[in-house]
Design a binder for this molecule. Structure first.
Ligand SMILES: [Zn+2]
Length: 323
């Protein structure tokens, strides 16, 4: 389905088969000479058909198209190679662009073996092959034009400033059009669903990074916030306040769970409340066990960095307890 969402700006719904995210909003900005496409969909036949049929229906001149990738997730970057084959310029932030090309290799995914153990997920028989980010990723590197805050892209009458939005991924970027008060934020702020804040390895407090990036967007003057999934947002400060509250509640929930005693990441994730159609932890699809554990971990790290809990690594497995 194609919807005109603003003057010269269109949204193509690219459905994501068998994925709880349902579909990706691909925005297309039509200029007089060139057009800009934001994100692609998974590297999957159904997505390819939906995207390129949509671009055809919009009469986009594919020899004058540019692609902007908001972040590394495969539902956003999976088909970048098809734009490379067209000779298109492909923009991304430097951090995520480098990671996307690294993700194309098999060795990138080796670190997850250690993470499965660290999170105590071995007993769930979680494997990387079940991960949609692995299955439908870009499998060959592309030549990105790195673009970060301080740079801009002009398309027709629109002047888009790049805004760094680290948090949902280490290097997500968005586009802000100050004159028309338009904001394209990838998965930074979503309506109805909360963007997944995952653990990225190392010691970084990624949840704090995310909350900081929320604060940055809060203060922008925005009339239309165009997210990559679900509804267009007209009242971004309301939604950002809800997201901040959600993460505060999550932190409180985890502190309560840790009152039961020392826990692994899996112990915590399996006791948290999740909005998912599964009756209990055993009933969770494997990929969802992974996402839930990674989300629990980013919150545990935040509590650890705040000095509220302790962590111990014993034979490759992490244990958390209250101080
Ligand atoms: Zn994402």
């Amino acid at each position: 389905m194609i919807t005109k969402v603003y003057d010269d700006i269109y949204k193509i719904d690219v459905s994501l088969p068998d994925n709880p995210l349902k579909s990706l909003n691909v925005y297309v900005i039509k200029g007089d000479k060139k057009s800009l496409v934001l994100d692609t969909g998974f590297n999957q036949k159904e997505c390819e058909t939906a995207l390129f049929d949509g671009l055809g229906d919009l009469n986009i001149d594919m020899s004058n198209v540019e692609l902007f990738i908001t972040h590394l997730h495969s539902d956003h970057s999976g088909m970048a190679h098809l734009f490379q084959e067209l000779g298109a310029k492909i923009y991304s932030g430097e951090v995520d662009g480098k990671l996307i090309n690294h993700m194309a290799s098999e060795e990138h995914w080796d670190r997850f073996e250690g993470e499965i153990k660290m999170f105590d997920l071995e007993k769930d028989k979680v494997t990387i092959s079940e991960h949609p980010g692995f299955k439908y990723r870009l499998t060959k590197p592309v030549d990105f034009t790195f673009i970060n805050e301080g740079k801009a892209i002009q398309i027709g009458k629109y002047f888009f400033e790049v805004i760094d939005l680290p948090g949902h991924t280490p290097g997500q970027v968005g586009l802000y059009e100050r004159n028309h008060k338009l904001f394209f934020g990838g998965d930074h702020v979503l309506d109805r669903i909360t963007p997944n804040i995952a653990y990225w390895g190392g010691d970084e407090n990624i949840l704090a990074t995310y909350l900081n990036s929320l604060g940055k967007v809060y203060s922008l003057d925005i009339d239309y916030l165009f997210p990559a999934h679900r509804n267009i947002i007209r009242d971004h400060t309301r939604r950002i306040n809800e997201l901040i509250l959600h993460h505060r509640e999550r932190l409180g929930e985890i502190l309560k769970i840790l009152k039961d005693g020392e826990s692994t990441v899996r112990d915590v994730a399996s006791k948290m409340e999740w909005r998912i159609r599964a009756k209990d932890w055993d009933d969770f699809p494997l990929a969802q066990k992974w996402f839930a554990s990674s989300e629990a971990m980013s919150h545990l790290e935040h509590l650890y960095h705040s000095g509220l809990i302790q962590k111990n690594l014993v034979h490759g497995k992490l244990y958390f307890k209250l101080k």
